[in-house]
Design a binder for this molecule. Sequence first.
Ligand code: SAM
Length: 405
Amino acid sequence: MLMRDFIEDSLYNPNYGYFSRQVVIFSPGDPFNFNAMASEHEFFQQLSRRYTDFEDALDAQEPYQEPDDLRQLWHTPTELFSPYYGEAIARYLVEDYRFNFYPYHDLNIYEMGAGNGTMMLNILDFIRDEYPEVYERTKYKIIEISTQLATLQQQGLGASSYARGHSDKVEIINRSIFDWDQYVSSPCYFLALEVFDNFAHDAIKYDFETGEPYQSQVIIDSRGEMFENYTRKLDPLARQFLERRQAACENYTHPLQGSRLMHNLRSLVPFRSSLSQPEYIPTRLMQFFYMLYQKFPNHKLISSDFNVLSDAVPGYNAPVVQTRYKRQMIPVSTPLVHQGYFDILFPTDFNVIEPMYTAITGRFARTYSHEDFMSGRADIEETQTRNGENPLLSWYKNASVMITV
Ligand SMILES: C[S@@+](CC[C@H](N)C(=O)[O-])C[C@H]1O[C@@H](n2cnc3c(N)ncnc32)[C@H](O)[C@@H]1O
């Protein structure tokens, strides 16, 4: 199978995929009181304590079983900085909606991959409290591939009478975005927060001498051992990606194709492969942009993701492949690992993705650092510690926010 089919199966197979089995997204409970903390360091200490309490409580929920050594627990800015991060996004949505669409259109929000559903609750609470006239016009739809997480999102809506009030505004659709078949003609906002990183990628190697691309195919033998084979025949989607990238990114020179002289020298070294390191290309992300273009022609995208990741496997634009064992994250050095036990997450190269988004959808976008986007929209006073540090701004240095302008 193609590398992207292998990754997709590992992450999303409904029976054994990573997102169908053991996933738990950390929730800190009550919002952190940043103003009462001395410094960012104190935030870190409080967070570590709440993390431990959270896991202890999960272990205690099932007293007759051993503590779950393989529980896949992780956190996102939505959760760590709830409700402030969600409120910053809500401020942006309301401001843009009031400027461009109110009162002629409803505020239609689509959120793809909503995790625990916290962003939805934070946005709806904020709009209800601050802009009741906009709240009247708000509709919120979640498109979620994981049945386990879709169920959790539904439960969150019923968790308190406060949250229950949003029920008639929300629809949770348990489906992959790639199976979406409705045409949405009205203007809408489309949120994708930390979802691109889990979209499957293909792996490509380049011939040192000719620069020709070769595509990875994964082979699993009868004993379950996994191998990669690179073939000269590209599948249509990988070919389309390489062509689209070349057309959309002016003067794009591929880092793995590099200097011809160096490559020629390398090819003289005996027993050396004539193919480069792999490059991981975001074929599924390109397909998502086509989906936006075809099914949501009047969307405005608000996306956030990692622009770089540490502990990645070898290669260019390569993923981190990791599992959590006995409360420790363990990174490994290949994506060819037992399906369902490992998270596989990729960095996003916004320098490439932004022009490709524009070329495919015909809409312009702008990319901000996480800090720049948040400084303009978050409640900076509420998220500041006593010594003037602000974890909402200074954490997630490796994240970017790309929005349609
Ligand atoms: C890393 S989590 C982020 C959750 C949430 N947005 C947050 O920031 O807390 C990725 C989410 O995307 C969902 N997801 C991944 N691929 C998807 C797809 N093709 N269609 C819909 N949801 C998807 C996952 O199930 C999960 O809810």
